[in-house]
Design a protein around this ligand. Structure first.
Ligand code: ADE
Length: 476
């Protein structure tokens, strides 16, 4: 990821990150941090970049032109996500950090003095963000807070992959208390259960501690957590048809945008995906009015929703006025769920996590979702390859939203159980995380159904549809 910071104090950012984990990741070129001095773009021989506000008032404002030129110097006018740090912005959250972590390039614009001329903000800024209800002297510290929270989610930045998943705010709960050696300190003993070696019991103890702590200090978060639990319990009554929603909630990816009885709208911010099920056309139409505008994909459970999403808008849209056209059906799938808890045998012994050195191999064989998509899956560490004499002969992985897929086996190695081994291997990795493995198979792909059923996955009785936003001409 490339990060540009437009600021009057570039050295503050550079020095601030120098000796941190983020600075080290920049040295290793996992990300790039580029401070841009707005003063270098002053039009004035004294390098002046501020002036008095029209209409009077305290303090000075940053002028539009130097800010615009600094922004142009890094973007060349391209539509790059540009974040302006301001107490008037949307509160920064973990889910916002997760979404931003999926961007290739970010620009942070740090204000100083009393702010920045509104006109340049209108031409450059995509997101106005605040890090809390207090006023700081400038946007540098907020930008650093955001960069730290976003960058640590980029694969490879933290040494230990799992630590980003387990910490505070994962699944709306605060982190449980932790202990290290010695076993007794100031007469306080480490809780017995943590020494037991019983991982299931330890996980239960930690969850309980997390819940109690969250309930006490963050009742707002706890309420959100409880609501998700209640919805998950309800969806579990029809597990196979709603496994996509269940797992998205359980894995801490989805937010509930709407839930009333049978009407449910979830949003997975990090893949810009809405999942929707509606009891009637009317409620479906109403819910769609609440779907985030930036939604790239929908997974729908009813045909009438597809008609609304694929339409060109207009009279059918009711009084809410908005048109929800602009999407097209990508595929129709059955869902398949692995309902057991026991890991599967894996016959093929040489299965390994793929790395960037395998990108060309995978990219040239799996073209369905595009090369960038494959690259992101490898970076996330969710692609696995089957090897024979050190050469890859097939692969499988986990999609962005969490379903199993991206399966391919070389022609010469088919019908030897390699696909079964690859999928069993990924099922086992998924179980280790405490998740329920599931996949989605396009209607008519009988070969894939046979494979899933052989592995013991159960098929849903209804289908879901994937819809994708229609790209404007010229868009990638
Ligand atoms: N600039 C000054 N105060 C700020 C805050 N709380 N959040 C983001 N940017 C700021």
């Amino acid at each position: 990821m490339k990060i540009h910071i437009l600021t009057l104090f570039p050295e503050m950012i550079e020095k601030g990150f120098q000796s941190s984990i983020i600075g080290r990741a920049a040295q290793k070129e996992i990300l790039s941090l580029h401070g841009v001095d707005i003063r270098d773009y002053s039009l004035d021989k004294h390098n002046k970049v501020d002036d008095y506000p029209y209409g009077g008032g305290a303090g000075m404002l940053l002028q539009a032109e130097p800010v615009f030129n600094a922004w142009q110097s890094v973007t060349g006018g391209r539509a790059v996500r540009t974040i302006y740090l301001t107490p008037q912005g949307t509160p920064f959250t973990q889910s916002m950090a997760e979404e931003l972590a999926g961007e290739e390039e970010l620009v942070f614009l740090c204000g100083h003095y009393e702010g920045i001329d509104r006109r340049v903000l209108e031409e450059t800024v995509t997101d106005y963000v605040s890090i809390g209800d207090y006023v700081l002297t400038g946007g540098e510290l907020p930008a650093m807070v955001m960069i730290d929270a976003v960058a640590r989610l980029i694969p490879g930045v933290l040494g230990n992959e799992s630590s980003a998943e387990e910490e505070s705010f994962f699944n709306d709960l605060l982190e449980y208390p932790q202990y290290t050696r010695p076993e007794v300190w100031h007469n306080k003993k480490v809780p017995e259960i943590l020494l037991s070696g019983d991982h299931r019991k330890i996980a239960q103890w930690r969850l309980e501690k997390s819940r109690r702590l969250t309930e006490k200090v963050r009742p707002d978060l706890y309420e959100k957590y409880e609501r998700k639990q209640r919805l998950t319990d309800r969806l579990l009554k029809d597990k196979r048809n709603y496994i996509h929603m269940i797992e998205s909630l359980r894995r801490g990816r989805a937010e509930i945008i709407w839930w009333e009885g049978e009407d449910i709208l979830l949003y997975d911010r990090s893949c810009k995906l809405c999942m929707i099920t509606a009891a009637s056309k009317e409620s479906g139409r109403l819910m769609l009015a609440y779907a985030p505008k930036e939604t790239e994909s929908f997974v729908t459970s009813q045909v009438f929703l597809n008609e609304m999403l694929c339409g060109s808008g207009g009279s059918d849209m009711g009084d809410e006025g908005e048109s929800y056209g602009g999407y097209e059906i990508h595929c129709e799938c059955y869902q398949l769920v692995y309902t057991q808890k026991v890991p599967l045998p894996v016959k093929h012994k040489d299965i390994r996590q793929l790395t960037m050195e395998h990108l060309d191999y995978v990219g040239s064989r799996y073209s369905y979702d595009g090369r960038e998509y494959v690259e992101a899956r490898i970076r996330e560490g969710v692609m696995y390859g089957a090897f024979v004499e050190n050469a890859p002969v097939g692969f499988a992985g986990m999609h962005n939203e969490g379903s199993l897929g991206l399966l391919y086996v070389e022609e010469a190695y088919r019908r030897q159980g390699i696909a079964v081994s690859l999928e069993a291997y990924i099922i086992n990795r998924t179980l280790e995380k405490g998740w329920t493995p599931y996949g989605q198979v396009i209607v008519g792909n009988e070969e894939s159904f046979a494979l899933q059923e052989k592995l013991g996955l159960y098929r849903s009785d209804r289908t879901v549809w994937w819809l994708e936003k229609i790209k404007q001409k010229g868009q990638a």
